[in-house]
Design a protein around this ligand. Sequence first.
Ligand SMILES: [Zn+2]
Length: 193
Amino acid sequence: MSTNNCIDPPPIKGAPLVSDTLRSMRDAARVGDPIAAEIVAEWFLALRNQLFADQRPVRLEELGTGTPYWIQIDEQQWHLARKRGRPVRALYVHPLPGERSTSRRDHKWSADRTHCVVCNDPFDWAEAYCNPPRAPQPIPIKVQPFNPSWFLPALERLERALKRESKQERDKWNREIAQLRKSIEQHTKEKSP
Ligand SMILES: [Zn+2]
């Protein structure tokens, strides 16, 4: 089963989380195009299967006093907040993030606390742990075959052209060419079987 659709396929493989589904729904609403019935059915199935699954909250939050921000709290603070009638909320995910991934890192919130600067999850309903998509593996560059003897015809042509130069230039460049020929000869001798 998958909540994949053409708008924003979830980057992590496995059964879709509630947050994957909510993210797909949000993105679809932003795009504004009509949604095929089978995609809506997939969203429904993903939400139903997760909401009725064995799960426990992975994050408890209380609305900060006088701020629009949700603050993470522990279980004891949760019960106190419930008693006082404070607005609280819990994040449930299924399967648990630890069952899908080994990442246990916390998110790093942006200065305005709108999103995680590492994985880009929105602050309001980020997954419990930071699990950024992996960078693509670089393709190893294959060493191209190279043979210095390929330069020999060019050296021959240079020698012929040097005959029109002054004696001083001819001597200087002939010495260089002789040195290069020697190096090429040694190199190709070492390399050839
Ligand atoms: Zn993150």
